[in-house]
Design a protein around this ligand. Sequence first.
Ligand code: UDP
Ligand code: MG
Length: 340
Amino acid sequence: MTRPLNYKVALIVPVFNEQENIEHFVTQVKKILESELEHLHVVFIDDGSKDNSAAIINKLIEQEPNLISLIALSRNFGKEAAMSAAIDLINADAYIPIDVDMQDPIELILDFIKYWRDDGYDSVCGERVDRSQDSGLKRVSSGGFYYIFNKLSLRIKIPENVGDFRLMDKKVVKAVRSLSEGNRFMKALYAWPGFSMKLVPYQRPKRFAGTTKWNYWRLWNFALDGIVGFSSLPLRVWSYIGTLVGVVAFIYMIYILTTTLLFGSDVPGYASLMCVVLFLGAVQLVSIGVLGEYIGRISQEVKKRPVYIVNKITGKLQDDYNRENVVGIVADDKQNKHNT
Ligand code: UDP
Ligand code: MG
């Protein structure tokens, strides 16, 4: 398998209040990658930062106009939307989403490139082998999530301990772009097209500076997005549970009718009655809740709101981005301005 000789590699770097990390990240990228990769493009996506992140990136663009670009979103849309904007807009042969906080080791990119270029893999993903930096609760909840997701989602499996840090060939990205849902659970969307995949193990270090943007409530909703977006089993299971409870109830009814007819009725039965009423009430509420999770997301999807709004593009990306792929809106699109 041969890849184009002058292949273009784009680093996709979502940034939300990361002023302490950006300069260090760029220094490391230059040190480790610049001499190895001829056409390297580092595209930051400012996901509505409130700190100096955008100013720092703009300063770096002035120093490195051929290396760095910035897609500034109009507010905080979340990391998933930020990555969607980047893969829609950028034109490259290989795409690498990477965090700016140094938790995704930059050296690993050279291995990614090797597997992609020399061995012909279409996706090369970093696999965290050591999660000792994560809290026990995070490890257990994340393991549980992958287990449940892969059990419920029949066709799309996401490898455990694989985050967004990976390399994707442009054909994978082209397929991902064609997925039009507003619910951007990128890990599964990246896995959806299939193609060949290689896992590269790595140790996940601590954040260089700053704090994580994910709390447990956000992670829980993120997990629900993933499961609800890729499986309808939680919806369908209620008809089976309903049937089972119905069969048991029917057998119990026959038993009660028979004993009443044969031995007469005995009035006590309050405790069993309460148990059945409360149990079935709970089952019904849970099933309505599951319906709610799906209906809520359907109502989000039918509104067809753009996944992101790009406020401004700075750097060399400005002259060469894919207008036809944009599923959000680029507010400062120069070409459109000329047309109107
Ligand atoms: N991030 C983002 N938008 C958000 C939250 C996070 O663009 O709403 C970026 C963040 O700046 C970082 C990456 O996503 O580059 C990963 O975030 P973080 O390190 O907080 O996640 P963790 O590594 O703890 O999972
Ligand atoms: Mg991080």
